[in-house]
Ligand binder design. Structure first.
Ligand SMILES: [Zn+2]
Length: 360
């Protein structure tokens, strides 16, 4: 291979099905996963029952399983799992749950070099297939850690569709945010702050565009469109070698809200939705009306108050977001950000959309 080409490892197992959690053991065996000893991580919430189904399915096939419940997105849990993988000679790690379960298992597998299988029970964000683990460190601050894309992904559309409605809506916004993120990326390239990668951006944007046409998220077919888009977002990030194609100014706003609100923070994707409206406004993009229509249809926030966040808190997050990642140039990086300017931007982003704009 020429030194100017690049290689991308894609998952060797991808299975989307209805009621397929009981088939995980069979799917792993059919795709040459090393079943010597399998660690299954799960969370404390309702997904635990789904994980127990996966565990019993594996044990029924005679697989030696270590089940580690109670994962909740902490970095020390990722480290403890990595130690366990080494000590217990685990050969394959499976995360069954939402991002707080997937990410510590993903990190442990990446750092110990064993195969990781993602079995999401919610589709609330693009972490289900990304090469990045978002975990809370001992200082209480959430940070991103380089991991690897999963080697296998099994999505039970029925399970993710029966997760609470806000988690599904949040996934819609996290996927739609690829469109604003790529606006930032192109502009950063034009202004000499970053190098745009057309292929990764093409994957990210193609993954996101179908969500603009989703209606009310009640149908299984819509959940599947969302799941496929989020899986492709992971591929875009892996191809880019950075989260750039799926994370721009809208994500900086959400990260700033996380830091500011602590336990009052809303779901990642819900906050990203607010950030998307700010970003599309700052770019002067026609995407703004597309996003408002979509968010209105599926019940995503059209203003910070919809999430119990005050206007001032949002203004502060828009102002402080860029300083969280000075290396990531976005539309918010260079606007003349006096307090009045930021307040004006926020006011414009969340002004009541004209009736014509909301008619779809
Ligand atoms: Zn995100």
């Amino acid at each position: 291979m020429s030194p100017h080409q690049r290689a991308l490892a894609i998952p060797r197992l991808l299975h989307l099905g209805v009621g397929c959690l009981r088939d995980v053991a069979e799917l792993l065996a059919a795709h040459d996963f090393d079943m010597g000893r399998v660690l299954v991580g799960s969370g404390p919430g309702p997904s635990r029952l789904l994980a127990e189904g996966v565990v019993s399915g594996l044990r029924a096939q005679g697989v030696d399983v270590l089940h580690r419940p109670g994962l909740c997105g902490r970095l020390d849990q990722g480290a403890a799992l990595a130690a366990e993988v080494i000590q217990e000679c685990v050969t394959t790690a499976v995360g069954v749950g939402g991002g707080r379960v997937i990410d510590p298992v993903k990190l442990a597998a990446a750092r110990t070099g064993i195969d990781f299988v993602s079995v999401p029970t919610t589709i609330s964000n693009d972490g289900i297939s990304s090469p990045v683990a978002s975990l809370v460190g001992k200082d209480g601050v959430r940070g991103s850690h380089a991991a690897r894309m999963p080697c296998g992904i099994v999505v039970d559309i029925e399970a993710v569709g029966s997760a609470p409605a806000p988690t599904i809506r949040a996934g819609v916004a996290d996927l739609a945010s690829n469109l604003t993120a790529c606006l930032d990326w192109r502009l950063a390239d034009q202004l000499g702050h970053d190098r745009f990668d057309a292929y990764s951006a093409m994957i990210a944007e193609a993954a996101a565009r179908p969500v603009l046409d989703l209606s009310d998220l009640s149908a299984t077919a819509e959940h599947e469109i969302l799941a496929r888009g989020l899986l492709l977002s992971g591929l875009a990030m892996a191809a880019a070698g950075t989260s750039r194609p799926c994370s721009g100014a809208e994500h900086l706003v959400s990260h700033a809200l996380d830091a500011k609100l602590g336990p009052r923070a809303a779901l990642h994707g819900e906050q990203v939705a607010l950030g998307c409206l700010v970003s599309a406004t700052a770019h002067g993009s026609s995407l703004l009306s597309d996003l408002r229509r979509l968010f209105g249809r599926v019940g995503l926030p059209l203003a910070p108050e919809d999430l119990g966040i005050t206007r001032q808190e949002l203004v502060d997050a828009v102002a402080s977001g860029p300083s969280l990642r000075p290396d990531r140039w976005t539309i918010l990086s260079e606007r003349s950000h006096g307090p009045a300017d930021t307040a004006d931007l926020v006011a414009e982003a969340f002004s009541s959309p004209r009736v014509a704009e909301l008619a779809s």
